[in-house]
Design a protein around this ligand. Sequence first.
Ligand code: FAD
Ligand code: EPU
Length: 338
Amino acid sequence: MVIKNDFSLQKLNTFGLNVTAKHFVELNSTDDVIEFFKSERQNNERTLILGGGSNLLFTKDFDGFVIKINIGGIHVVKEDEHHFWVKAGAGVIWHDLVESCIKANFGGIENLSLIPGTVGAAPIQNIGAYGVEIKDTFEALEASNLETGEKKYFKNQDCNFGYRDSIFKNELIDKYLITNVILRLTKQPILHTNYGKIQEVLHELAKEKITIRDISDAIIKIRQSKLPDPEKVGNAGSFFKNPIIPIELLNALKKSYPNIPSYEQPGNLVKLPAAWLIDQCHFKGMKHKGAAVHINQPLVLINHNNASGRDIVELSMKIQQKIKNEFGITLEPEVRII
Ligand code: FAD
Ligand code: EPU
């Protein structure tokens, strides 16, 4: 376990922002985690756990400890007639876990193909895509308390999962280091093909029996056609959450915008596509200093030319202001701004 000082995070965040950590350490196993808690680090410095850095926006150098989690391993830990329980280390690349489950024909996370980042971060915002969220297969996670090192087991119902939300973004933010995640996957996969263009893409295959591999391939194709690859253009996926508003506000907006798309939610609420709202305000391709709004998906902000974190935040605030004025809706960032 080597502690490095003034360590560059530029290659460790998908916006590619040129910032440093005052202290930086990589933990490669649960033994490293135990050793780390025994070490002399406990000097009240601010701490940030880092996975793949694909949902973070650094606005300045981090004046504290950045702990990069590399804990590996994917194992079946239990089995019954209908399910496999799979335990994966927090540092496993999320898509590698998806791939190994598809290869083994374990169903449940194929719709979450190609989401960047690590297994340990996946429960933090309850990652979701194409009609599925991790909460649907999530059994439990193991974590260590960042102050005491004490281990704790969180079951599904302990995590308060919601849309892009969990207890780890709220009352337990920066309180626990997740070491492992356990998912409950099905032996007879239930296929989720109703969302967006999945069926359209599957139809082109003209196959009689669709497999989880076909679904994964279709989703990868759709994602690659819409979202910029962070290896080529710095970004962190959707910058804002899709807003959830009362149905009365939607009805009022329909007078001026009869074609506004919306998705029903429980409790007289509706979810609106933030991309549509931003598109209506003609932000596509708009540049602000080194930051820009992606030309195809206006919910994605990009580092188009050596942007600073501040450039991206300023652009995001311009968008928020305009959407507030135009629609009376507050857009909430999905990306964590540090
Ligand atoms: P990081 O960005 O490193 O960290 C995110 C948060 O989790 C931070 O608060 C961090 O402190 C905390 N954290 C990370 N690891 C741990 C740990 N082991 N223990 C405790 N806390 C931890 N998200 C979706 O939900 N759906 C999508 O479809 C989607 N598409 C995306 C597409 C692109 C191109 C990009 C760049 C991002 C996309 N995202 C999507 C967002 C992102 O991939 C997810 O939020 C992902 O889970 C972040 O993982 P990470 O390892 O990079 O986390
Ligand atoms: N739209 C426009 N103009 C555009 C693009 C989209 O008006 O240029 C409208 C259309 O009405 C479209 C709608 O926005 O139907 C939704 O767009 P899209 O299908 O691309 O999905 P999204 O709402 O932008 C969400 C998630 C993604 C996830 C996809 C697929 C959020 C904040 N984002 O995107 O997650 O991959 O659905 O499920 O919920 C992420 O969280 O980082 C992320 C990429």
